[in-house]
Structure formats: structure tokens, C-alpha cells
Design a protein around this ligand. Structure first.
Ligand code: DGL
Length: 279
């Protein structure tokens, strides 16, 4: 089905499988407070990280179409799994036929772009969902942009469920954080920079940092993606002029709205009122 081209401006769409993208939205809204944003969390179908390529692609495309129908001209996939498994196909196959004037951006490339400024040893670690790590998207992007850097990935299948269930600060989280941190550092003890390559992981950042050896820095993506988006809008006035500027943030979720609001309010540090939608 064709998405109708609407010429008026609309909010910037921010999409994640669940709550994780809020860690990106928070930084984007802090950096670019003048724009309107529409956040979509597909909480009813999260986590995406253990799902197959085809399913993540199908779910992500449904979300992008929904955000386009709401008037978004620019959508940020604030989800590494969706960026790894769906972004390229959406950009190359779906956008040209559905909405050639609209744009969908991801979080992997902006993160990889800044790496040389962060590492001294040139050894990078990536924590991600099983889907992101299996896709080897970080390895490929790093090899393309910075061939002298080395990259080791570690899948952390238990971290998203801990966050989605409000257990990020619980004692049980320590066990699983230490387990995956130790595995990565055993793999390459020269690593000095670790990408939190899943937008849920900043919620575990203090625990992750606690178990990393001294001198190894865990890097969250929120500020990096916000900086990259600011730069993108400055370089693309034809997209920027179609981003409405009322300074308002709206939230929609595929799960129960009251359930979303409780945890989302904690993530955002303010009261959130969302609406439930069906994709
Ligand atoms: N927050 C997402 C990511 O950045 C996905 C987590 C999930 O749904 O598994 O990968």
C-alpha cells in the first residue's frame, strides 16, 4: 500500500521495540528541544533482539509506515536491532517506492563514526542483542569506516528482559551484567572502549561500568545520535523544514498505556502519558 505524500510538516518519529529508545529520545530532545517528536515503542512485541531477520524487518517497516501516516517526514530507528536488520532494506527498497521524500536513519553508523576519538588502543568491544551481534553490522561498519580498529562483539540476551521488566537496578541484574562483561574482556583484554550497542543498555550503565576493568569506558549512544541528528538537520534543510517545531513530545505504545507510562516516566525522569495503538 502506498503511503500518501503529505507536504505539511510533522513530528520527528523515534522508534524502538520498547523502552530503550527513550534513552535516545531523551538526549535528542535535550539537544534539539524545539522540534516535535512522536515516540513509538512496540512493547507488545519486544524484545526484537532474539527474533529472525524477516520478523524484525516486517515489524520495523510496520512501525515506520505508522509514523509516516502520522505525518513524520524523518524517522530515527532508536534501536540497534532494527538498525542492523531492517534499516538498509527500508532505505534501499521500501522508501523509494513508499515515500521517496522521507528519510529513515539508524544508530549504528553515527556511533561508529565517533570511535577514533574515543579509543587509544584501537580495540573496540560491542555489547548488543543476539540479533545485532549475529548481524555483524558493527564489525562491517567499523571495517568500512576505520579499518585499523578491531572489534569484538558480545551478545547479552538477558539484558533487555531485565530492563523491560523493571529489574535493571535489582540484584539479579548484577549476575548477568558481570557474566557478559567478563566474557567480552576475556576475549580481548586490549579493549578500552565498549559500545552499549542496544538502546536499553544505558539503564544498566552503572552496573556495566562497575564490572568493566578500570580504564575501560562504556559508551552510550544517546548523545552521539543526538549530535549526529543535529548535524544531519543542518546539512538537509529540505528535511529540516518538514520537521514541525512546537516543542511537544507524544508517546504511543503497542502495549497497555498505563503499563508503558510507569516505566517510561522513570526512563524520562518526568511523567509520561502515552496512547495505546495497534500496528
Ligand atoms: N533496544 C533495542 C536495541 O537497541 C532492541 C532491544 C530488543 O528489543 O531486543 O537493539
Amino acid at each position: 500500500m502506498e503511503t500518501k505524500e503529505i507536504k505539511v510538516s510533522g513530528p520527528i518519529g523515534v522508534f524502538d521495540s520498547g523502552y530503550g529508545g527513550l534513552t535516545v529520545l531523551r538526549e535528542i530532545a535535550r539537544r534539539l528541544p524545539g522540534y516535535d517528536y512522536l515516540y513509538l515503542g512496540d512493547n507488545a512485541r519486544a524484545p526484537y533482539g532474539t527474533r529472525s531477520f524477516d520478523i524484525v524487518y516486517r515489524f520495523t517497516l510496520e512501525a515506520v509506515k505508522y509514523l509516516f501516516d502520522c505525518g513524520c517526514h524523518l524517522v530515527v530507528l532508536a534501536c540497534n536491532t532494527a538498525s542492523a536488520k531492517a534499516l538498509r532494506t527500508i532505505q534501499q527498497v521500501d522508501l523509494p517506492r513508499l515515500a521517496p521524500d522521507r528519510r529513515v536513519l539508524g544508530v549504528i553508523r553515527p556511533t561508529v563514526e565517533v570511535l577514533p576519538a574515543l579509543t587509544r588502543t584501537g580495540h573496540i568491544g560491542v555489547f548488543g542483542t543476539p540479533g545485532t551481534i549475529a548481524s555483524r553490522s558493527y564489525d562491517m561498519e567499523i571495517a568500512k569506516l576505520h579499518p585499523t580498529l578491531s572489534c569484538r562483539g558480545q551478545a547479552c540476551p538477558m539484558w533487555v528482559p531485565l530492563v523491560e521488566n523493571g529489574e535493571a537496578d535489582g540484584e539479579g541484574a548484577d549476575y548477568f551484567v558481570k557474566k557478559y562483561v567478563d566474557r567480552l574482556m576475556c576475549d580481548d583484554e586490549m579493549i578500552d572502549t565498549v559500545i552499549l550497542g542496544c538502546t536499553h543498555y544505558p539503564l544498566l550503565a552503572s552496573k556495566i561500568q562497575k564490572y568493566l576493568p578500570a580504564g575501560v569506558r562504556a559508551v552510550s549512544q544517546g548523545e552521539i545520535v543526538a549530535g549526529s541528528l543535529a548535524d544531519y538537520l543542518a546539512r538537509h534543510p529540505e528535511i529540516e523544514c518538514r520537521c514541525s517545531a512546537g516543542g511537544e513530545i507524544k508517546y504511543v505504545t503497542t502495549e497497555d498505556a498505563a503499563k508503558f507510562d510507569g516505566l517510561a516516566s522513570m526512563f524520562m525522569g518526568k511523567e509520561i502519558k502515552s496512547t495505546q495503538i495497534v500496528l
